[in-house]
Design a binder for this molecule. Structure first.
Ligand SMILES: C[S@@+](CC[C@H](N)C(=O)[O-])C[C@H]1O[C@@H](n2cnc3c(N)ncnc32)[C@H](O)[C@@H]1O
Length: 351
């Protein structure tokens, strides 16, 4: 009985988020048409057939999400976890922020970064307004709106997609079952505001957790979610994932969610090489990022629409990139990959 109610609650929550996301986009499109018609992206409308395929793949994603919670890969409470009150408070700001986003799109302003930012601390490719985000990743204001904006972008499926890393992570760490759980070190790369670290923490409550990101602001936001309660400190490190201040072979697992599509090709390879260096032999890497043309050709109109609507300078190259080849080039073996709705998940082992 309790399980049936929880499952119904999960489905209702997901439907509610989906309706809210679609309604938000519908109203914002109407506003854009009225006030910024020149900002309307030139993407093709979605056909009914494609819409049905998208719907089916969301349902499959949510079925797997529920099933993994039922299997005990993560607690069911994780399915409902979100800073709801904070998001409710921030929602009006998402609306207020929109006109500046449209202005940047119309004016093709893609490097509108706060003046006080010390540019020498970042690679040049990073100093941009990815998705026309106000301040790029370089302000507390941007960090405070990001989670909610992503939730809306993916119609409430973002966390379910992020959670697809947990099952391969459990599998990859299975080889360490004879070690004490607290001796297992897991690093989340480009952790941003820490959504995936929150999920990893609930699935591996005793593990020693680390997060790396280039943005002080996003890490500060992550710290408010991860390091407030009376539990072990999650160690957050501001660093370029291409060159981390971490010892060789110091991690048993590394995860990385939604980073690779925002990196130029050379940086993608550098990050994979760095993951290989930092993992201990036998350790696993789990990456979740956008689907690509080869694995999901039926969703090509969505991928095209994404980089036409948002400033995503490396996305076109990314969707054509061969990540498996790159993993092999870095030295990884036992590579597998699977797609779920808009996300592809790779797992690989340092053999
Ligand atoms: C699209 S966000 C994804 C954040 C988070 N993983 C999530 O699931 O929402 C990309 C993140 O990558 C970070 N980032 C981009 N390039 C980076 C680099 N070279 N090294 C470390 N972090 C980087 C950004 O600061 C941002 O937080």
């Amino acid at each position: 009985m309790a399980t049936t109610i929880a499952k119904l609650a999960y489905k209702t929550l997901q439907q509610g988020k989906s309706i809210a996301g679609l309604a938000h986009k519908e109203i914002s499109s109407k506003l854009m048409e009225s006030f910024f018609p020149e900002a309307i992206p030139k993407s093709e409308p979605i056909s009914k057939e494609l819409f049905m395929k998208l719907r089916a793949s969301i349902e499959e994603l949510e079925r797997l999400d529920w099933s993994d919670a039922e299997k005990g890969l993560y607690p069911k409470s994780q399915l409902f976890e979100a800073p709801w009150l904070n998001w409710a408070r921030k929602y009006p700001l998402v609306w207020l922020d929109m006109p500046s986003t449209w202005q940047r799109r119309v004016g093709k302003k893609t490097r509108d970064i706060p003046k006080k930012v010390n540019k020498g601390k970042y690679p040049d490719y990073y100093l941009q307004n990815f998705h026309h985000q106000t301040d790029g990743y370089l302000s507390d204001y941007s960090a405070s709106l990001y989670d909610l904006q992503v939730e809306i972008l993916f119609n409430g499926t973002a966390d379910s997609m992020r959670r697809r890393i947990i099952s391969p992570l459990k599998e990859g760490l299975g080889k360490y079952k004879d070690r004490k759980p607290e001796s297992i070190r897991i690093l989340d790369l480009a952790t941003g505001t820490g959504r995936s670290l929150t999920q990893i923490k609930s699935a591996f409550p005793k593990a020693d957790l680390f997060g790396v990101d280039l943005s002080s602001s996003y890490l500060r936001q992550a710290a408010t979610y991860l390091n407030t309660r009376n539990n072990d400190l999650v160690q957050l490190i501001r660093s370029n994932a291409e060159d981390m201040p971490l010892a060789d072979s110091s991690m048993q697992a590394i995860t990385c969610v939604f980073l690779f599509h925002e990196l130029p090709p050379k940086a993608r390879q550098n990050v994979l090489n760095e993951c290989y260096r930092v993992l201990e032999t036998g350790g696993c890497l789990v990456i979740a990022d956008s689907i690509q043309i080869n694995d999901s050709p039926e969703f090509l109109p969505i991928m095209d629409g994404f980089h036409q609507s948002f400033h995503e300078p490396y996305y076109k190259d990314y969707i054509n990139d061969d990540i498996e080849k790159r993993l092999i080039e870095s030295g990884f073996s036992f590579i597998s990959a699977q797609s779920y709705f808009m996300t592809r998940v790779w797992s690989a082992v340092k053999d």
